[in-house]
Every structure is written in structure tokens, then in C-alpha cells.
Design a protein around this ligand. Structure first.
Ligand SMILES: [Zn+2]
Length: 820
């Protein structure tokens, strides 16, 4: 199916404007298909001309344009030609559409806990035509009115306020103009909690089997929602425009959440059912604030085309962390941003697929999907932080308000945003924009003992990026100096640097976008110094420097592991604990440590986890995170056996099903959990989470027959949902000898691209990354994947996932060649 190109979109937007969308959905026709009738009224600026409508149906029963019938078989590749347009037109399409299982379009799934069915619409990025006929592009906005027929015990939610007009029939009130990709309908026996703030009705909704979790977590989520509304109203000086604000937690959601105006959808794994660390609540709060920021950036003003994706994501990311750090209890949220989001972005910058924040090429809609990456989110947000320091916060906020007001309910692009900023700033921003927004690449910065600060641009992406930042020094955990500067040349002398400081830290407050090279003495001092530094932002930058140092090949993974074992047991910030441990268990140990030393390295991580756990206050966040890392890494059979049976469990983890599954997965990896054992645990947890965890554990068993079973499930079972595929792919590579796993590197490049025949791009890109043969760190893997990337039959998104994972594998090969 061809993807809409930017040129086609531009032409269509010049020719037509959509006045109103009226959609009738019949979701009461069984679990496979649903009925979809669309009436679109639209104007044409040049009567007599032709255009096309997007329709991706199972069957199309009838089409009429201005009362005249059009044969449905004129639809080719999802496009219905509309010829001889009048100035004002009405087109009606009656069609049968298919529910999806891959999280795109109208996703339908059965909750294994109680057999109830749930439906939600996720029309991002180009799935709207699988639900209703439409002109599917972000700058053809229109008001929507929905009628939805459902089984009588279901409720319906959507962008407009839902009311039941007769049993089983729901009307959604007409909306403000919306882009096609954030229209949604959610339907099923959802349960709700409601509140109100500042005149805005609030609702949070979830599956019936999650009612207890919903009621437990709702007060905290409402609080963050209210705090964020107040913050955004103060900052933007534009009221939230979309009426009710509903947040719906839905099953098997591909992304974290989606900013449908007035009806945001979230992955319902965020309604944590067991023990929960502060860091998990912080992350969810950020997601809530992120989607809320989109109500202005994305929904009220939408990018004209996908190449200005940053106008959505960079802003939402920047605004969310600003909102949580200033308006909620999570005043330290930038710590998590540094160690989690920025690490994701730096990895994206180091990959060959890196691209500028703004104006990255999106010749067609589907290619834009690949740019929802660490550049558009983390780098974009960091660059906006730099812009705020460059123009001043007052001018920045005034520029934002002016931009929102002049484009509300319409579309905007980079030049229009910059024009608004230049107006309030009072001088041109083109050089700044060229360096930071329109050029790819990340600088490496370093501070010498003589006070010289250096900036090195990547050779393949040279740019003159001015960094506003500070540097600091630490001895015995005490900050001995701090100095602010602008680094706008290759070398700058910094006043006030104490050369005797044990640790010199460039970018100490983490204000700029740059990877940090620590000098040798600072790196050597980390095992004794890092844990004693009070400022968690400084610790985050130091941990980040160790991680990127390993990935770039400048820090010996052995030295990094020494630092980890010395420092991690004393780390108190649970975001730093979680993210740093994950970097070691998921990447450094399996990829950078030579295979014969992997078991010993895992043992050292487990040892650090045990030390942290034993030193932590029982029931604290530190104890919880340490216990999870310990359960995931230990090979202590007695401990695992006791925990799985519910004996000697850590405080707060009694009866915690998710923790039990971490234990079972580790046992499976170690060959201590056979099918009957996993089935017995699964029988005690019949939830969706339990079902998925059991699949992951099955795939994590190391035997050849078990691997063969898991691989054939991933690559041949067309009934699996997106989440089932993810669970299997994640488990698969977590165990097994190199000899057993090696053949699957070859099978990966042939089998995974074929999934495109039945799995949508958004879901498949993720599977392609998770199923990548990451532990087979050999030059043969590089050759295989390079060959696959060159093949024309490999879908673009899969190719991108392969290229990004390959770049990580090559980093590991480079490091091994240097250090082992
Ligand atoms: Zn977003």
C-alpha cells in the first residue's frame, strides 16, 4: 500500500478543505469486523478538478459523491478517486472494516482475566483509513461527530463527550477541528473514576479487571493532571480548548500514550498492580504531563507535515519535564531525563540514521514513523532548554503564546515558530537554528585540569553549536567550584577551575546536549567519589559519561563494571539506580563483555544488587529496585526457589505477581523452570500481564527445542498480538549459548521482514528491534544485517530498526577489539 507523499498532501490541501466529518461505527458485529459509514462535507477551490479519498476496508458496500454512485471497485491501493468536484461536496462511504491485533487502527482484544472484549482507536500515524474513509493528512482538519453502536453493557469514550441516546447507541458530541491521526473511539465495559478541575471535567478509565488498580492510582494521577493544567495555563496563556479531559488506560498499546484531544490513551501497564517505586510514578506523571502539553503543541496547533514532528514531540517532552519539575512533587524529574531520555537520544545521534531535530526528511507519511526517536524527543527538548537560556524565559514564553494564538486550530511549521520567537527575542535566530535544529550530530566536550574546555564536533556532522553550560569540581563529595560559560569555540579557557579537584565535571547541571569525556584522573576517582556527591543531576551526568564512554569505546567496560560494583550499591536515587542497572544488564554485560566472562559479570551485578538490597531500609524505593535487579540477575537457586514459593520475600513484595514473574523468568533462563512449572504459575495469574509474562518466560528457556518453539511462534503464528510478539522476542535472546543462538542471526534477517505481511509497521519496527540478535556480537552478524538492509523487500521501518541495532552491535565490536 503506497504511503501518502508530502507532495501529494500539499496538492490535496491546496485543492480541498474539509468542513465536517460524520462517522457511524457499528462495533456490534462480532470480533472480526465492524461497520463504518462516513459522510464528509468538503469544499474544492477549483471545481471540476479531481482528488482522492483514503479508504482501507475489508469490503466497501457503496460510495456516493454528491448523490451520484461511484463503483466501490475503483478503490485501488486504499485510494478512492473522486473526479469532477463541485465547489461544495458530500461524499458518503459505507464499508466493512477489520479490527486489528497490532495496536494500530481499531484494536480489539479479549481480557483473559474475565473474557471481556475491549476496543480502542489508535489512528496515528496513517491508520485512520482503516476505521473510516478520510483525507488522511495532518493539515486537513475538521470537526467530527460520531455515532457508535456497541453491545448494551459497553461504554463508549471519544474526543467529544459521549452520551447514550438509546441502549447500545452512543453519540459523541461534535468536536473542534481535529487532524485525522488523533481521532479516537474507545469502547468496552470500561470502568471510570471522575473528578473536575478549573471547570474541566476529568475522567480516568480502565478495563474492569483493573478497577482496583485504577481506584488506587487515580488520586495521584488526578493531582498531576490538575497541577499540569494550572502550569500550562500560566505558561501558555491560552486555555485548554477541547472540553472534557479523559485519560483511558488501554491494553496492548504500542507507544507510552497518545495525545488524542480530550481522550488520551495510555498503555495500561502503567496502572501498576504491585509494589511501585517512586521512579515509576515519576515516569507516569511525566507521560501525563507530556500528553497534556500536546493539547497545545500538536492538537491545537498541528505540524503541517511530518517533517516538523519536533514541533510536537520536542515541545511536549520539554514542557512535561518543566511542568513536573516545577508544578509537582517530582522536582528532580530532570535527573530521569538525563539518565533515561538523553541516553536514548545520544545513542540515536551515534547511529548512522541520525537526523536534524527539525526538517528531517519525511518524503512520505510512513517514513516519518522512524523519526519518533531519541532525536525528536530528547535532543529536541534539550535544544529547547538551550533556546530558553539563549533568548530568556520571558521572551520564550511570549513567543510560544504568540505562535499558539496565531495558528490555533490550524497548522504550523519551523519558519513560523522561529518568526514568533524572533519577534519576542528582538534579533535573528537563523544561525542558532541552523546549528541546533537543522544540523544533526552531538559534540563531545571535555574539561582539562588546566581549565581548558574543549568541544569536538563529529567529523561527519560538523557544526558550530554554542553551548550554554556550567562546569563543576568535587572532592570528598563536596562541590569545590562551579563556573558558568558559553562554549562557542573549539577551545575556551574557564576561570575558577580547581585543578586539584578529585572529579572535574563538564555540563554539571546537564543544561546542554553533548557527550562528556571525563579526564583520566576523574574517571579513576569515581569509585570512591561518585556516591558521595549530593547533587543527583551531577551524579546523573557522571553515570551518563561512564555509559556513553563504554558505548563510544573510550572507557574500558571492565573499569565501568568496577565503578558499578563500587558505586551502585550506594546510589539512592531510584531513577539512576534503575536506568544504570538496565544499561549494564541489557547492554554492557551481554554485548561488551566477552562471552566467556559474561557469567562472572552477571554475578558481579547480582553482588552489587545484593549489597544494595541488604543496606537499604526494608520497603524503601532503594530496596525495591535492588530486589528487582537481584531477582533478574542472581543465580542463587535457594533464593529464587524461596521467592517463587512466597517465602522470605522482601518487605512490600509479598503477593506481588510481577515480582514473582521476574523470579520465574530468571529461573527459566537458568533452566530451572520447565513448561509445567511456568503453566502452574500462570494458572495462579490469569491476567493479561500474567499471560504475557508466561510467554516471555517460555521464550527465555535455554534449550534448543524451546528456542525453536519460541522462534516459530514469533515468525509464523499470525494470531499473536503486538504485545505477545514483544514478550516472546524479549525472552528469546535472554538465554542460550552462543552456539545455539548463532543460527537465529541468519533466520532473523530472512524471517522478520516477512512479518510485514500481517503486522503493521508501528508494531513491527518494535519487534524487529527486540528480535535483533544483539548477543551474537560477531562480524558475521554485521555482514548478514548489512546485506538485509540493502534488500529492497525489507520494509523501511524494519530496515531502520536493523540499522540502529546494528550500530549498537558495532559499538560493542569496536570496544571488544580495543579492550579485551
Ligand atoms: Zn508525544
Amino acid at each position: 500500500m503506497p504511503s501518502l507523499t508530502r507532495d501529494e498532501a500539499r496538492q490535496r490541501a491546496q485543492l480541498i478543505s474539509v468542513n465536517r466529518m460524520e462517522v457511524d461505527l457499528d462495533l456490534d458485529r462480532g470480533s472480526e469486523n465492524f461497520g463504518s459509514t462516513t459522510r464528509i462535507s468538503f469544499s474544492c477551490s477549483t471545481p471540476g478538478e479531481a482528488t482522492f479519498l483514503d479508504v482501507r476496508s475489508v469490503s466497501t458496500e457503496s460510495v456516493t459523491l454528491n448523490g451520484a454512485e461511484i463503483a466501490p471497485d475503483t478503490i485501488v491501493d486504499g485510494r478512492l478517486p473522486l473526479a469532477d468536484l463541485a465547489a461544495d461536496n458530500t461524499v458518503e462511504v459505507v464499508a466493512t472494516m477489520a479490527f486489528s491485533r497490532d495496536g494500530q487502527g481499531l484494536h480489539r482484544s479479549t481480557d483473559p482475566a474475565d473474557g471481556e472484549d475491549y476496543v480502542y482507536g489508535h489512528l496515528f500515524l496513517d491508520a485512520a483509513p482503516t476505521v473510516f474513509a478520510c483525507f488522511d493528512q495532518p493539515d486537513l482538519k475538521a470537526p467530527y461527530a460520531f455515532t457508535v453502536r456497541v453491545p448494551r453493557d459497553w461504554v463508549v469514550l471519544g474526543n467529544g463527550r459521549a452520551t447514550q441516546s438509546s441502549p447500545g447507541t452512543w453519540e459523541l458530541s461534535e468536536t473542534l477541528p481535529l487532524a485525522t491521526y488523533f481521532v479516537t473511539v474507545c469502547a468496552g465495559p470500561y470502568v471510570s473514576v471522575r473528578d473536575e478541575h478549573d471547570g474541566i471535567p476529568l475522567g480516568i478509565h480502565a478495563r474492569r479487571s483493573l478497577q482496583r488498580e485504577l481506584e488506587h492510582h487515580a488520586p495521584q494521577m488526578f493531582e498531576v493532571t490538575k497541577q499540569s493544567f494550572d502550569h500550562y495555563h500560566r505558561t501558555f496563556d491560552v486555555r485548554y480548548p477541547f472540553g472534557d479531559y479523559d485519560q483511558v488506560f488501554v491494553p496492548e498499546f504500542n507507544a507510552g500514550a497518545m495525545e488524542n484531544p480530550g481522550c488520551v490513551t495510555f498503555r495500561d501497564t502503567m496502572l501498576y498492580r504491585g509494589a511501585v517505586a517512586r521512579e515509576q510514578i515519576l515516569q507516569r506523571s511525566n507521560t501525563i504531563a507530556h500528553e497534556m502539553a500536546h493539547m497545545w503543541f500538536g492538537d491545537l496547533v498541528t505540524m503541517r507535515w511530518w517533517d516538523d514532528l519536533w514541533l510536537n514531540e520536542s515541545f511536549a517532552e520539554f514542557m512535561a519535564y518543566t511542568a513536573t519539575s516545577r508544578a509537582t512533587e517530582f522536582t528532580d524529574s530532570w535527573v530521569e531525563f538525563g539518565i533515561s531520555r538523553k541516553q536514548w537520544g545520544y545513542a540515536a545521534e551515534r547511529a548512522p540514521s541520525t537526523h536534524p531535530v527539525a526538517g528531517s526528511p519525511a518524503p512520505d507519511a510512513r517514513s516519518a514513523l522512524s523519526n519518533f526517536d531519541g532525536i525528536s524527543y530528547a535532543k529536541g527538548a534539550s535544544v529547547l532548554r538551550q533556546l530558553v537560556t539563549h533568548v530568556g524565559e520571558e521572551a520564550f514564553n511570549a513567543g510560544v503564546t504568540a505562535y499558539l494564538r496565531s495558528h490555533e486550530h490550524g497548522n504550523g511549521e519551523l519558519s513560523e515558530f522561529l518568526a514568533a520567537m524572533e519577534q519576542t527575542h528582538g534579533s535573528p535566530l537563523d544561525a542558532w537554528s541552523a546549528a541546533w535544529l537543522e544540523t544533526a550530530g552531538v559534540d563531545v566536550i571535555a574539561l582539562d585540569r588546566d581549565g581548558t574546555m574543549t568541544r569536538t564536533s563529529p567529523a561527519d556532522h560538523p557544526a558550530d553549536r554554542p553551548h550554554s553550560l556550567d562546569v563543576a569540581g568535587f572532592t570528598d563529595g563536596n562541590e569545590v567550584f562551579r563556573a558558568a560559560l558559553t562554549l562557542d569555540e573549539a577551545e575556551v579557557a574557564v576561570d575558577g577551575v580547581d585543578p586539584a579537584a578529585a572529579v572535574l565535571l563538564p555540563n554539571a547541571a546537564d543544561l546542554t546536549w553533548a557527550m562528556v569525556d571525563l579526564d583520566e584522573a576523574s574517571l579513576a576517582a569515581l569509585p570512591s567519589e561518585l556516591a558521595r556527591i549530593q547533587d543527583p543531576i551531577a551524579r546523573s551526568v557522571l553515570w551518563g559519561a561512564v555509559l556513553t564512554g563504554v558505548f563510544r569505546g573510550t572507557v574500558d567496560p571492565g573499569v565501568a563494571l568496577d565503578t558499578f560494583t563500587a558505586v551502585w550499591p550506594h546510589e539512592r536515587n531510584d531513577a539512576l539506580m534503575t536506568r544504570v542497572a538496565l544499561a549494564f544488564t541489557d547492554r554492557i554485560v551481554p554485548q561488551f563483555v566477552p562471552s566467556e566472562l559474561v557469567d562472572a559479570a552477571k554475578g558481579r551485578v547480582a553482588g552489587a544488587a545484593l549489597m544494595s538490597f541488604q543496606g537499604a531500609e526494608p520497603g524503601s524505593d532503594q530496596a525495591l529496585v535492588a530486589a528487582r535487579v537481584l531477582a533478574a540477575t542472581t543465580s542463587d537457586e535457594d533464593r529464587l526457589g524461596a521467592w517463587v514459593e512466597g517465602r522470605s520475600l522482601p518487605t512490600g513484595l509479598e503477593g506481588d505477581s510481577d515480582f514473582r514473574w521476574v523470579v520465574v523468568r530468571t529461573m527459566a533462563r537458568l533452566g530451572l523452570a520447565d513448561e509445567s512449572f511456568i503453566a502452574a504459575v500462570a494458572a495462579e495469574d490469569t491476567t493479561l500481564s500474567g499471560h504475557l509474562a508466561a510467554l516471555g518466560a517460555r521464550a527465555a528457556r535455554p534449550g534448543a527445542a524451546e528456542k525453536e518453539w519460541a522462534w516459530s511462534q514469533i515468525t509464523q503464528n499470525r494470531q499473536l498480538s503486538n504485545y505477545e510478539l514483544n514478550a516472546l522476542a524479549t525472552g528469546f535472546w535472554s538465554s542460550g549459548t552462543l552456539e545455539d543462538l548463532r543460527p537465529y542471526a541468519a533466520r532473523y534477517v530472512t524471517d522478520i521482514p516477512r512479518l510485514a505481511q500481517w503486522v503493521g509497521a508501528d508494531a513491527l519496527d518494535r519487534v524487529a528491534a527486540l528480535a535483533f540478535p544483539a548477543p551474537v556480537v560477531e562480524s558475521e552478524t554485521v555482514d548478514l544485517v548489512r546485506e538485509a538492509i540493502a534488500r529492497p523487500d525489507v520494509p523501511a521501518g524494519v530496515r531502520r530498526s536493523m540499522a540502529d541495532e546494528l550500530s549498537k552491535l558495532e559499538e560493542a565490536l569496536t570496544s571488544r577489539a580495543r579492550w579485551s
